[in-house]
Design a protein around this ligand. Structure first.
Ligand code: EPZ
Length: 431
């Protein structure tokens, strides 16, 4: 069984290069099948979720040429199946972006229903509402979600709740619908903007992405393009929090600092110095005292729910009492019990975690409950006194490229082991 093992206590220092944004890349990969011409996507992160979606795209018959670790060429002219199997959906929910893409291009698609998820209930009612408004007959039954239309026609769609997934799925279908579509109360996340920019580079006509109202004028056809995915704001934020928790000094490179403002603001409140450059941020926590602050997750530009576990891992060793409120997903505090095994004092009351800062973490064997929760355990392990062993690292591998290599380069003593023998060897080496 693969595990991560970390000997904590080293202040991280140096530079780390951030990979492409997983959640932007997922929408972009799905969008790439919407033309019969070849689309080249660069700066893809080499992480499991991306590889699963690429597998789903190959499975429906598109041709996929993996040019190198971070570049893929997709040609959608050979698509033969308009249905996406549960095998993919159960591994990665975002395979459902193929619904919007296939429906837009072929006016017909069938995708297995995603079901629940570890971080909370994940309904698709807003996706369904949007596709219906475009004129599709949508049927949800027998574990499948199918949509068909003779023609798709633009419409005015109000999203009752801000949803990244629904915004992207509706946008994908609407770019090839006839006439004008307006999505109100749209998600403003950088990955939504990136998917819109990508589609525009294929000939779509999307305006307003990044604001509450997205306006789309349907076009009859999309064409090939070459497009580079934006940097991953959550991966960047994770390294920023790790720098803070270890009292380090780290330059996080290849980022868009604007996308990191919420995380930067909270780290400044917690006592770090943040220097912003054109495409990098430097987090300085060396010699500085960490202190408490209050965080509430909100849709962008609010504090991202995907950074909630990571910032909590920092605040748990900051002086004073912090509160962390989760407003997006109801089940995102499962890592708290694991942090408690490492010495944290955190009490969860409903959607709020009350975090009483302790002086330090102590290494322990812990289990990653999901992707970002796993990242929080790594941050705690890096800051901890002693050795931390993390189980269920498959969750972390879904979204972080070369996490061991990147942290090792920053001075961490961090390894992936796949046997008791290797674990003991690591322990012997570092003791
Ligand atoms: C995206 O999920 C991200 N995933 C998540 O990142 C992220 O946590 C989330 O957005 C919030 O930022 C991808 O981009 C692939 P939502 P998504 O639809 O699109 C409710 C990570 O760690 N809702 O914006 O599924 C929903 O229950 C992952 O990388 C409805 O009620 O999230 C939630 O409360 C995990 N009906 C809220 O909206 C719907 O039809 C926001 O969810 C859809 C959503």
């Amino acid at each position: 069984m693969e595990q991560y093992v970390i000997k904590g206590g080293t202040a991280l220092s140096g530079e780390v290069e951030i990979s492409g944004a997983k959640n932007a890349a997922l929408g972009i990969l799905a969008g790439a099948i919407m033309t019969d011409e070849t689309v080249t996507i660069e700066n893809l992160p080499n992480v499991k979720d991306i590889n699963v979606l690429i597998g789903a795209i190959e499975d429906i018959g598109a041709s996929v040429d993996r040019v190198d670790e971070h570049t893929v060429k997709i040609t959608g002219s050979s698509i033969t199946r308009l249905s996406v199997d549960y095998e993919y959906i159960k591994k990665i929910r975002a395979s459902y972006y193929l619904m919007g893409a296939l429906l837009g291009k072929y006016k017909s698609a069938e995708v297995a229903l995603p079901g629940g998820c570890l971080i909370g209930s994940r309904p698709i009612d807003l996706h369904v509402k949007g596709l219906k408004a475009l004129g599709a007959n949508v049927d949800v039954s027998y574990g499948l979600w199918s949509a068909r239309a003779d023609r798709l026609a633009g419409n005015h769609i109000y999203l009752d709740k801000v949803s990244v997934g629904a915004t992207i799925n509706i946008m994908l279908a609407a770019v090839l619908a006839e006439g004008k579509t307006t999505i109100e109360n749209a998600a403003k996340e950088p990955h939504v903007v990136d998917v819109a920019s990508f589609l525009n580079s294929m000939g779509a006509n999307i305006r307003g992405a990044g604001t509450d109202v997205i306006r789309i004028v349907g076009v009859s056809k999309l064409h090939g393009t070459t497009y580079a995915v934006i940097p991953d704001q959550i991966e960047a934020g994770t390294y920023m929090c790790a720098a803070a928790a270890t009292h380090g000094d780290v330059l996080v490179k290849n980022v868009i600092p604007k996308h990191l403002e919420a995380t930067s603001a909270k780290l400044i409140e917690a006592g770090c110095v943040i220097e912003e450059y054109d495409d990098a941020v430097r987090v300085i926590a060396k010699g500085r005292k960490l202190s408490s602050t209050h965080v509430t997750t909100l849709p962008y530009p609010g504090f991202p729910t995907d950074m909630q576990p990571e910032i909590t891992a920092v605040l748990a060793i900051a002086e004073g009492t912090s509160t962390v409120s989760e407003s997006i997903f109801e089940n995102r505090f499962k890592y708290v019990d694991e942090l408690a095994r490492m010495g944290a004092t955190i009490k969860v009351e409903g959607t709020v975690a009350i975090v009483t800062g302790v002086e330090r973490y102590t290494g322990a064997q812990v289990t990653a409950p999901d992707l970002r929760a796993g990242a929080a355990l790594i941050i705690a392990g890096l800051a901890a006194d002693g050795i931390t062993v993390i189980d269920d690292i498959k969750f972390i591998q879904r979204g972080y490229e070369d996490i061991v290599g990147k942290f090792t380069k920053l001075g961490a003593t961090f390894a992936e082991v796949d046997s008791e023998h290797e674990l003991q060897k690591f322990k012997l080496k570092v003791s």
